[in-house]
Design a protein around this ligand. Structure first.
Ligand code: ZN
Length: 120
């Protein structure tokens, strides 16, 4: 074990890929479960009163919005995994500079450096 290299090279592509794949599996599972829940709400709408129908619609809208965010995160994960494969990982998609490792640790799917993110 070479612990001396830890500070100089904090990016471990294998560890990052592992973390991304674990998150992907988690999201896929949650998404499949909530797809069932969304379907149930749809079916229930036919036999509930107007107020609870509104509640159900609101709940469904929230569930759809949440799922949309999950799908967006899944896409970011896929792209990050592709960048890991191609060796582009850790470099800003916009300016090509290295992305701060601290930033990648917070969110391993970020594709732009902090400067470029501020300009969006
Ligand atoms: Zn940049």
């Amino acid at each position: 074990m070479d612990r001396g290299g830890l500070d100089r090279d904090p990016l471990d592509p294998q560890a990052i890929a592992q973390r991304l794949r674990a998150r992907r599996a988690e999201l896929t599972e949650i998404s499949a479960e909530s797809a069932e829940a969304r379907k149930t709400v749809e079916l229930d709408q036919t036999r509930v009163g107007r107020l609870s129908r509104m509640d159900a619609l609101q709940g469904q809208a929230m569930s759809i919005a949440t799922d949309r965010r999950r799908q967006a995160e899944l896409q970011r994960i896929e792209k990050a995994l592709a960048r890991l494969d191609s060796g582009d990982y850790g470099f800003c998609l916009s300016c090509g500079e290295e992305i701060a490792p601290k930033r990648l640790k917070l969110d391993p799917t970020v594709a732009v450096c902090v400067d470029c993110a501020g300009n969006i």
